[in-house]
Every structure is written in structure tokens, then in C-alpha cells.
Design a protein around this ligand. Sequence first.
Ligand SMILES: Cc1cc2nc3c(=O)[nH]c(=O)nc-3n(C[C@H](O)[C@H](O)[C@H](O)COP(=O)(O)OP(=O)(O)OC[C@H]3O[C@@H](n4cnc5c(N)ncnc54)[C@H](O)[C@@H]3O)c2cc1C
Length: 108
Amino acid sequence: MRTYIGRVGDEAVVDLADHEIEKIVLADLRKTMQIEGNPDFTVVSRWKQAMPQYVVGHKKRVDEARRELGKEFPMVGVAGSSFGGFDLPDCVEQGKAAAHELFERLQV
Ligand SMILES: Cc1cc2nc3c(=O)[nH]c(=O)nc-3n(C[C@H](O)[C@H](O)[C@H](O)COP(=O)(O)OP(=O)(O)OC[C@H]3O[C@@H](n4cnc5c(N)ncnc54)[C@H](O)[C@@H]3O)c2cc1C
């Protein structure tokens, strides 16, 4: 079972010792699932600043940035985890949409 922890304003958890992180994760899992035993083994990986952390107003700011960019550089598109969703399907969709939009602009 793979579990991710940490979020906006709670980055400090990444710097805790492995055994403290394991304790937090296990306590959370026990709250949501009927787990009584202890794991046979655990692996803790730290991915600092690896994912964009969206805050309130993110979509509005990205929409504005895209609009402004489009005015100045109509043939530049932006896509990726910093903008409209960070899982792989989101990134692929954004890439396709950006390419499609630029292609449409080329046609006119
Ligand atoms: C630990 C971890 C686990 C994840 N697990 C999953 C998962 O299970 N499922 C899922 O859907 N998503 C997962 N994700 C999220 C997903 O992998 C990323 O959000 C997605 O790959 C981001 O794609 P991207 O194109 O925006 O950025 P990236 O894939 O980071 O691509 C950016 C590219 O730009 C290049 N680059 C950076 N700076 C420059 C520069 N100045 N000049 C030129 N090139 C530059 C980089 O080298 C890189 O190739 C995970 C992410 C992490 C970190």
C-alpha cells in the first residue's frame, strides 16, 4: 500500500524522522480502515517540492496568466502540472488542448 502525506501548509512533515512519519501514516490508516497489525516493512521516500501546491484562487490566476500570455505571445501555450491539474492524464489533456488551440490559431 502506497500512502502520500503532506500538503500546503503542512510541508514540515517531510522533515520528520522515518519512524514519526510511519506513525502518522499508520494512525491515519487505522482511522479509515480496519488495520490492526503492523506493516511487515515500510519505505519512506521524500519528494521535496515535487508537486505544485495549488492555493485558493489558483484557477483564476492561471486563467488570467493564460489570457495575458495569449495577448503578448499568441503562439505560446502553457500546459503541465503547475497549471490545470497535476496527474498524468491531466497533463496529457492540457498538452493536447494547448496543441489543438495553437493549431487552430495557425489555420486562421
Ligand atoms: C513522486 C511522484 C509520484 C507521482 N505519481 C503519480 C502517479 O502515480 N500518477 C499520476 O498520474 N501522476 C503522478 N505524479 C504526478 C505527475 O508525474 C507529474 O505531475 C507530471 O509528470 C508533471 O508533468 P509536467 O509535464 O507538468 O512536468 P514534468 O514531467 O516535470 O516535465 C517538465 C520538463 O521540463 C524540463 N525542464 C524543466 N526546467 C527546464 C528548463 N529551464 N528548460 C528546459 N526544460 C526544462 C524538465 O527536465 C522536464 O523534462 C507523481 C509525481 C511525483 C513527483
